[in-house]
Design a protein around this ligand. Structure first.
Ligand code: SAH
Length: 225
């Protein structure tokens, strides 16, 4: 089966799973996921599964990308912050839906590869940097939308502070390798937060503090989003 046929099948399966936002599905259809996975996983690019990228990290399962993007309710005029660039796939999907994406990754080499893909696909509305995403991007705050694609031990307050009033944040919360849930946070007019659990998920951990230096090869691990 051709990659194109596999992509169409994936989109149909996402619809069947209840992910019916036309704009989100259209953005997923327009981004070639095969460019974001390792060569050896090329033919699995349109299976609905998370796949390994370097440093023991993963590109999320398409269904999770669709679910998080839909929950984010992204609009054309929005400024969006993503924590955890990884392969750059989620940022690429978002770039088709909003004004500008700011994305932060702690591994320099992952970020460099993602930046190459953005360039190759002419996604010029993505700004990226290598830093500790738990600190957010204060110079660019507030953000209309914030998406965290690694699991935080608890709701990251620094990030909710950088969320605009009326803004939405989607973040997996829970212990590494334990029960995690996807939380949707809405910042109300009075600055208070309304939180809602959307789904059970499994993500690699959000790691705060010093950035990795030598970037040693991580041992293989089981697949997480
Ligand atoms: N959104 C990615 C998948 C993310 S995997 C994609 O579409 O491919 C989670 C990523 O978060 C990993 O690349 C990991 O290195 C990164 N990460 C973990 N903690 C971080 C932090 N504090 N700051 C920035 N990135 C972080």
């Amino acid at each position: 089966m051709s990659l194109h046929a596999r992509k169409i099948r994936l989109i149909m399966n996402l619809r069947r799973a209840g992910l019916t936002d036309g704009n989100v599905l259209n953005a997923i259809e327009r981004i070639p996921r095969e460019l974001f996975v390792l060569d050896s996983f090329h033919d699995q690019a349109y299976e609905d599964q998370a796949l390994p990228i370097s440093h023991g990290q993963t590109i999320s399962q398409p269904q999770i990308v669709a679910m998080m993007t839909e929950a984010l309710e992204v609009g054309k005029s929005h400024k969006v912050l993503e924590i955890g660039t990884g392969s750059g796939y989620q940022a690429a999907v978002l770039s088709k839906l909003c004004r500008r994406v700011y994305t932060i990754e702690r591994y320099k080499s992952l970020l460099a590869e993602a930046e190459q893909r953005f360039h190759q696909l002419r996604l010029h509305n993505i700004t990226s940097r290598c830093s500790d995403g738990t600190k957010g991007w204060p110079e660019q705050a507030p953000f209309d939308r914030i998406i965290v694609t690694a699991a935080a031990a608890e709701l990251p307050q620094t990030l909710t502070e950088q969320l605009a009033v009326g803004g939405i944040m989607v973040v997996p919360v829970g212990p590494e390798r334990g029960d995690q849930v996807l939380v949707k946070v809405i910042k109300n007019e009075d600055g208070s937060l309304t939180t809602k659990v959307i789904a059970d998920v499994r993500f690699v951990p959000l790691v705060g503090g010093a950035l990795p230096e030598g970037e040693p090869r991580a041992a293989p691990r089981r697949m997480e989003n």
